[in-house]
Design a protein around this ligand. Sequence first.
Ligand code: FAD
Length: 468
Amino acid sequence: QQGDLHGEVVVLGSGPGGYTAAFRAADLGKKVILIERDPQLGGVCLNVGCIPSKALLHVAKVITEAEEMGAHGVSFAKPEIDLDGLRKFKEGVVGQLTGGLGGLAKGRKVQIVTGTGKFTGPNMIEVTGDDGTKTVSFDQCIIAAGSEPVTLPFIPHDDPRVIDSTGALELKDIPERMLILGGGIIGLEMACVYDALGSKITVVELMDQIIPGADKDIVKPLHTRIGKRYENILLKTKVTAMEASDAGLKVTFEDTSGNVSNDTFDKVLVAVGRKPNGKLIAADAAGVAVDDRGFIHVNSQQRTNVSHIYAIGDVVGQPMLAHKAVHEGKVAAEAANGDPRHFDARVIPSVAYTDPEVAWAGMTETQAKAQGIKYEKGVFPWAASGKALSNGRSEGMTKLLFDPEDDRLIGALIVGTNAGDLIAEAALAIEMGADAVDLGHTIHPHPTLSETVNFAAEMFEGTITDLM
Ligand code: FAD
C-alpha cells in the first residue's frame, strides 16, 4: 500500500537518534523521510536538553568563578544579569545547531515532514500537521520518538510556578527560593544555573545520595561544594504534598524516619526522571510491542519484534543519553541497509555537567560490589595535581577500577572540573582493553587534569606511592 509519500527508510522523530539515523541512511543511498512534530529539528537534546543547558551552565561557571576569584587576589563587581540577553545567547546557540540540521538534511535530500506521526499499519504512518493529514508509507522505519518528563500526581502541574526542565530552560525569571525535586543529573544541572543567577536552592532527593548512579565517594566533592552554596540538600526525603497559594508553593516533606516538615518556595522544578514516548505513536497498529512503561525492546541491531521496524534512543531504554541515541541511530541505519552492524559498545559514559562535574564510564564500585565482581582500584586525589591546584579547584578525584586477573581497566569515575572531557580517555581505554600499564606508561601532557588518569593508574601499579 502506497502512502501520499513513500520512503525507503522513514524515521519518526528528529532528536539526536533520529537525525543521525536519517542522515546515515541517506548517505548509504536510501530515499529518506524524517517525520517531526516540532517546527525545529533536533529533538529534546538540541532544543530543550543538552545544548541549552550547557550554554547556561557555561555562563553559570563564569559567574561562580568570578565570585571565587577573590581568593586568588582578584575581585570583580557583582554580576548584573540581563535575563533577556542570556536567553538570547542560549537561543542563538540552539538556533545555530537546529538551523544547521536543516541544511544537512537538505544536502542529503532527506525530506522533512512536519506533524505528529502515528502508525496505521505495518508499513504506514499517518502524519497530522498544520496543513492537514497525510500518509507516509515505508519499506523500513526507525522509531526515534524520545521521551518526556515524568510528572507526579499530587503536584499542581498547571501552576506556572511548577516547572520541568523545559520550563527551567525558558528562564522566565530568577525565583528567590527554588526547590529542585530530584537530585539526579538534570535537576542538579539546573540547580547549578539558578544558584549562579542568585536563587536560593533546596534539593530534595529520595535516595541517600545525590546522583544515585555514581559512587558515593565520587559524588562527595560535589555535595560538599553545593552544600555550602545551597540553602538545603535533603536526602532520604520525599515530597508528599504541594499546595499552591498566593504566598508560594507550600511543600510537605517526609524523611525515611517519618519526620514531616513544610517549607514554601517561589518555584519548584520537578526533575524526577523521564518516560519514553513509546505509547504515543500507536505502535500496536504496526505490531510493534511496547512495554507497560512505554519502552520498545530491540535486539543488538536495534530491530523491534517487527523485523523491518527499528527503534533507537530514549524510547528503547536507559541510559537516556544523546550519545547513546546517536550510536544506536548509526547501527539502525546500517542494519536497515543490510550491513552486519550491531550495538556492542562496552561502555556508555555518563556526565553530570555540574560544578564540579561528575563523570563515569563502565563499572562503578557500587555495581561491582552488588554483582560480586572482583576489582582493585587506583585513586588519585586532585589535591596532588599541579593543574587542579593552579585552577584553584583541587577538590576532584580520579578513580580507576581494574580487573585483578589481568589489570585491564573495567571502570572509571572522575569528579572535578572538566571531568566530562577527561572520561573520554577512560572510555577509549575500556573499549580497547587497555590495562594499568598502558594508562600508566602513556605520557600525558603536563600540567593537565588528564594526568590524573595517568597517576591513578600508577597509584594502582604502585609506581607512585607518595603524594605531595
Ligand atoms: P529526543 O531528543 O527526545 O527526540 C525525539 C523527537 O521525536 C522529538 O523531537 C519529538 O518531538 C519527536 N516525536 C516524538 N513523537 C513524535 C511523533 N509521534 N511524531 C513526530 N515526532 C515525534 N543527554 C546527554 O547525552 N548529555 C546531556 O548533557 C544531556 N542533557 C540533558 C539536559 C536536559 C535538560 C534534558 C531534558 C535531557 C538531557 N539529555 C542529555 C538527554 C538527551 O536530551 C536525550 O537522551 C536525547 O535527546 C534522546 O534523543 P532521542 O533521539 O532518543 O529523542
